[in-house]
Structures are given as structure tokens and as C-alpha cells.
Design a binder for this molecule. Structure first.
Ligand SMILES: Nc1ncnc2c1ncn2[C@@H]1O[C@H](COP(=O)(O)OP(=O)(O)OP(=O)(O)O)[C@@H](O)[C@H]1O
Length: 630
């Protein structure tokens, strides 16, 4: 089957824009609105024990519509993959902005930090803790609005956010002391600690607690002592101190942060924790554009949309709404797709279908009707999300078609209820949620053998996500705090938590190529032309080939495995025994045009972290660029 065929006709899939330990993220265009989207693709077979992360992330994104949280538009599940269609944040990671400027001016940092605090206050208000707040998980959109991403480690304790959690998860350098110690903790309090680290990183361009050696790093965190850099104003020192309190009870609360004097400086209003752009509200103009497009009444269209099933229609509606909010004209393109989709649900209800039962219309398995059914099924799945695995649906349909062939053509009632003659998606009930962390979710999907035991299990199982799921599903109130019973000494606890916290980015260790020179293929003709300056450094050289050669030499000198990709792109990989020190990134020679200038473009180097610790990446790339004589 062609790659991403499930998206064909609905989204145009473009280049990879990011990847993490669990997903590849591609740029895409939503065909009906022509809006750019990010497509997060996760291969089920590679998720293994981390599969629950996806479900947690989906539920959180559906329940947390906020202007500073990346919007989810559609979820497509196939037998092998999850595809999450997300709001596209073209401005890169907040981390890249820190790297670009070394550190941010207090005024700029305040604008950014207010948005992060707003998102965190909102999610806390909804009973969630993020548990992985860091500049790599904060993206920027075109208008420089911040968007929080990566909710795979979040928790929603059932009794409420004031109940304890027990799973140690997150990124080591952002982890609060109570997490390091493997103690029970409050999700809201560990998020405040991470916010303190994040603000320090924004203002100073370095981390308050950092060390090559993970044990020393944890000792530094537990001591709570960090350098108060001279670049910090007195007010910012005070604010950071109030967040980086080793004793969680002494830490500032999110509500106090909203109106903290540092955050209020230059602003009349405290930070809001409200959602300003409602996404689930009835918007008559977007609704009528969609109703007109599908040639159905506004009421029928709304009844379909109002169930918020995160199908293609949800995506179309939310994207139209987003265009409207940005003052852009709202219209739908691509009428070929309309005809395809319309036939996907409207004709099923047409009087014609009722008058001439399906079984009369065909008599061979590979008849046009069967092709039609298959087409309808594919369209149906894409429009409505997953009901069953595609193969199962297809087989069911084939069986029904085959059995119908041998039946009396008069017996149509059965066919009306067959999967081929499904109720039109316009009137179909919402699908059962994958998992809902609501109060009536008494049936935990977690097998009993996985019941909470935050301090047992193989630490090499990465982020301990099955336990994270339990916390999120069963709620902390249902858990037994066993840490102190299972682990006798602080030392042993530290070792365990170190393993739990240390991200495992490479899930399936493939054959590691021997370090050394990789023969460079001839560069492709494409030399990327960029306008933006984020992630791009200019060079004093005007020959792209020379710059490429210098970069290659510098990478090899640093012992970094280097492969040339399409065009002038080098992929560097650092293979290390420690997960903490594994890295994958790209350096691409490009042409930088200076906006509003007639000056000829400059030769630049665009950098992109693909996998690995962001601060380690920063250090390595700085060293490579310093070595390259460009
Ligand atoms: N909505 C988006 N718009 C633009 N880029 C995105 C978007 N979502 C993700 N990315 C890019 O893809 C990268 C990986 O995404 P993400 O962090 O969600 O993947 P992950 O596998 O869950 O990561 P992790 O290993 O950190 O858990 C991000 O760091 C970012 O650069």
C-alpha cells in the first residue's frame, strides 16, 4: 500500500518537520481549506509499552482547547498507525529562540512566559498536570503565539489535582526534587518547578542545574542551589526563587503566578487562565460554508459536527474557524473531494438506495458495487475515525456482499443494517472514546497486573507510561504509595528514578554504523532558500559546496556519523551508550535572503534537532559550527 494512503485526497503530505522518541511529524495541507497542518505519525508496532501515551495525549488534547495549547483537529487510526492532525506551528521550538539569541530580553521573556503560565493554569484548572514542561515542548506559530505540545506524560488524577501522584516521569533537568527522590508528589507543584527552570533558561540561556553526570545533576537539584546569574534582575531572581523551592509546600502556586508583579509589569491585566477562542462553539458562518459545500441543511451539518468525533469534518470546521479568527476569508476548495465525500454519506440515504436494494444491483464479488462499498468504507473511516480496523471492516463487508449474492433480492432489511448501508455519518452517533478520564470511567482499561506500583518494573521500559496511564485513569487516590516500602535507601531510589527520568529516545536500536567517513553523494540541485532567521546562521563564505564540505569535515572531526540527504542537507548522528548523550540533527546549507533588501542572498546554515537532549544538541552544534571554517 502506498505510504500514507489513508491521507490521500484529504491531506497533501509534505516534508518531515520534526521527530521525537515516539513520532515523526510531517507538514501537510488540508485539501478543503488549503490550511497547513502538522501530521504526527506514530507507528503502533514501535510504540510497544508506550501505546498508552497516545491515548493519554489524545484525551488531553481533546479536553484542553486553549489559545496556547496546540489544537488537535483530527485523529485517524489504522491497523498500523496513528495519525494526529494538529495545528501547525511554523515558528519552531521556544528552545530554538533561546539558542538563537543566547537568552531573551526580560520584556520578550515576559510575553512568552505569560502565555505558558496561561496554558498551564488552564490545564491545572481542568484537573491535568503536564509533567514534561520544557522549551522543546513549547512551539511558536506564525504570529509568535506559544503553543504547548506533547501531552503524552500528563496526568489527570480522578479525585482532583490535589491528590498525590507517584510516577516519576519527565526530563531529568526539569524534574523537581520530589520526583528525583521518588516521593509522592502533586502534579501542580512539579509543573511549577519546571516552569521555574524554563524561565531561568529563557532569561539566562543556560539551565540552572546541569551536569554531564546524571548523579551529580540530581545532587545539584536536591540541593536547590544554582547560580543567580548577573543577567537576572532583582524581580526575576525573586520570581525564579519562588518557583525553585526544594520544599514543594514553599513553592508559589499557579494562581499566585497569574498576578505576580513580574508577570504584571507593563500589563494591565493578570494572566488569564480562560480559553479565549472557543473551538466547540456554533459559528453560523463556518457552519453555513460547510453545509453549502455538502449541500445539506445547517441543522444536519451541526448535528454531525456537534458530536466532536475528531473526524475530517471536525478538522474542516476547526480550520475554517481558525481562518475566521485570523480575519481570512472562509471558503472551501476542492470540489472533486466534495463529490467523493458527498457520495460517501448522502447517497446512502437517498430514496434511490431504498428503492433498489443493493443485492439487486450486483452479482459478483468484484462487482462495481463491491468497489463502491470499499470506497464508501474508506471514505467513511476517514471521515469518522476508526470504528474497526480497516481490514476487519473490509472483510465484514465482503462477507456480507458475498452472502447477499446468494440471497433473495427481496430481503433488503438486513442490507439496510449491514455495514455497507451504514447510517449516514451526518447522523451517526459519536464513536466510543478510546479512553476518557472522566469520573464515570470506572472500567479502567489497564489490566490488573499493571495496577499502580510506581517503584517497581523495569526502568528500561522508558517513561514508565503504563503507570502514568494508571495514574491518569485510575486516579492517584486509588494508588498505594509503595516507594518507601520497595526501596529502602535514598541511594537506591535515586538510581531507580534516574532510570525512570532518563529519556529513552531510541526505542529499537538498529545496526549502528561504524563511526567514520560516509562517502558523500553528489549534492542535489536544490539549495533551500530561507527568509526567516530562526535556526539559521549566516556564513562569510559564498560557496555552498565549500560550506558543505567544511561542515562534513567538522562533523567527522567530532566523531559524529554524517550522511548527506537530499540537497545540501547533512544528517549528523552521535551514537552514545548513554541515552542522555545520543543525538540526531541536521545541518543544511541554504540561501538566506535578507527581507526588504536588494542585497544578494547569503550562504547560511540551517540547524534542526531531530532527536536527543536539546541542551546537549546546542553544545554539540555550537562546537561543530566553531570548527567548520565557514
Ligand atoms: N504542531 C506542530 N507543528 C510544528 N512542529 C511540530 C508540531 N508538533 C511537533 N512538531 C515537531 O516535531 C517534534 C516532535 O514532536 P513531539 O515532541 O510531539 O514528538 P514525540 O515523539 O511525542 O516527542 P518526545 O520524544 O519528546 O515525547 C517537535 O519537537 C517539533 O519540532
Amino acid at each position: 500500500m502506498a505510504r500514507y494512503s489513508v491521507l490521500k485526497g484529504f491531506y497533501d503530505v509534505e516534508q518531515t518537520i520534526g521527530s521525537g522518541g515516539f513520532a515523526k511529524v510531517k507538514l501537510g495541507t488540508h485539501c478543503l481549506t488549503k490550511e497547513k497542518v502538522a501530521i504526527k505519525i506514530m507507528e503502533k508496532s514501535r510504540l510497544g509499552d508506550d501505546l498508552p501515551r497516545v491515548k493519554i495525549e489524545l484525551e488531553a488534547l481533546k479536553n484542553l482547547p486553549h489559545q496556547n495549547i496546540c489544537k488537535l483537529y483530527q485523529v485517524i487510526e489504522t491497523e498500523s498507525h496513528y495519525y494526529l492532525i494538529l495545528e501547525y506551528c511554523s515558528g519552531g521550538e521556544l528552545f530554538d529562540h533561546i539558542v538563537e539569541r543566547n537568552r531573551l530580553e526580560e520584556k520578550q521573556a515576559r510575553v512568552f512566559f505569560r502565555q505558558i503560565v496561561s496554558a498551564v493554569a488552564f490545564l491545572h484548572d481542568k484537573g491535568y498536570a503536564h509533567r514534561d514542561l520544557k522549551p522543546e515542548n513549547v512551539l511558536l506559530d506564525k504570529e509568535k503565539n506559544l503553543k504547548l505540545i506533547d501531552f503524552g506524560l500528563c496526568a489527570k488524577p480522578q479525585p482532583g489535582l490535589d491528590s498525590f501522584l507517584y510516577t516519576s516521569c519527565g526530563s531529568p533537568t526539569y524534574a523537581a526534587p520530589e520526583l528525583i527522590l521518588g516521593q509522592k508528589y502533586l502534579g501542580s507543584e512539579v509543573d511549577i518547578w519546571s516552569l521555574g527552570i524554563l524561565l531561568y533558561a529563557l532569561l539566562c540561556g543556560v539551565l540552572p542545574f546541569d551536569d554531564e553526570n546524571i548523579d551529580s545533576l540530581y545532587r545539584k537539584i536536591l540541593s536547590g542551589r544554582y547560580e543567580e546569574s548577573s543577567c537576572l534582575s532583582l524581580e526575576s531572581k525573586r520570581l525564579i526563587r519562588s518557583m525553585l523551592q526544594v520544599d514543594p509546600k514553599k513553592r508559589i502556586t499557579i494562581d499566585d503566578l497569574l498576578s505576580h508583579p513580574w508577570l504584571m509589569k507593563g500589563f494591565k491585566e493578570p494572566v488569564t487562565k480562560l480559553c479565549l477562542h472557543k473551538v466547540h462553539e456554533k459559528d453560523p458562518s463556518c457552519l453555513s460554508v460547510m453545509a453549502e459545500y455538502y449541500r445539506v441543511s445547517v441543522d444536519v451539518m451541526w448535528s454531525k459536527l456537534n458530536s466532536w468525533t475528531y473526524d475530517y469534518n471536525t478538522a474542516t470546521y476547526m480550520l475554517l474557524l481558525s481562518k475566521k479568527q485570523r480575519g481570512l476569508p472562509i471558503k472551501l476548495y476542492n470540489f472533486a473531494l466534495r463529490d467523493k465525500m458527498e457520495s460517501g454519506f448522502n447517497k446512502l440515504e437517498s430514496p434511490l438506495t431504498k428503492k433498489y436494494p443493493l443485492s439487486v444491483t450486483y452479482n459478483k464479488v468484484n462487482s462495481p458495487l463491491m468497489t463502491r462499498c470499499t470506497e464508501l468504507k474508506t471514505t467513511y473511516l476517514i471521515l469518522n475515525g476508526r470504528e474497526s480496523t480497516p481490514d476487519k471492516v473490509l472483510n465484514k463487508e465482503l462477507n456480507i456482499i458475498q452472502s447477499l449474492e446468494t440471497k433473495d433480492p427481496k430481503s433488503n432489511i438486513e442490507q439496510e443494517n449491514s455495514p455497507c448501508v451504514r447510517p449516514t455519518p451526518m447522523t451517526r452517533k459519536p464513536h466510543k472514546r478510546l479512553w476518557s478520564p472522566g469520573p464515570d470511567d470506572t472500567q479502567s482499561p489497564v489490566p490488573s497486573k499493571l495496577k499502580p506500583n510506581s517503584c517497581s518494573g523495569d526502568p528500561q521500559q522508558g517513561f514508565n507510561s503504563s503507570r502514568a496511564l494508571e495514574e491518569a485513569v485510575a486516579g492517584a487516590g486509588a494508588e498505594t504509595p509503595r516507594c518507601s516500602k520497595v526501596l529502602g535507601s535514598l541511594e537506591r531510589r535515586l538510581t531507580r528514578v534516574r532510570h525512570l527520568l532518563t529519556p529513552r529516545r531510541h526505542r529499537t536500536p538498529g545496526a549502528i554504523p561504524a563511526p567514520g567517513a560516509t562517502p558523500a553523494p553528489t549534492p542535489g540541485p536544490a539549495l533551500l532558500s530561507v527568509k526567516e532567521v530562526c535556526n539559521v546562521s549566516t556564513t562569510s563564505n559564498n560557496n555552498p559546496d565549500t560550506v558543505l564540505g567544511e561542515l562534513r569535515k567538522a562533523l567527522l572531526k567530532k566523531g559524529i556519523d554524517c550522511k548527506q540527504k537530499k540537497g545540501f542537507r547533512l544528517r549528523g548522528k552521535l551514537h552514545a551508550t548513554s541515552d542522555h548523550r545520543r543525538l540526531s540533527f541536521e545541518l543544511e546549507v541554504c540561501l538566506v535572503t535578507v527581507p526588504d533588501s536588494s542585497a544578494p542572498p547569503l550562504v547560511g546554515i540551517r540547524r534542526k534537532r531531530l532527536k536527543g537532549d536539546a541542551w546537549f544538541y546546542k553544545r554539540v552544534v555550537e562546537e561543530v559550527l566553531a570548527l567548520a571554517k565557514t
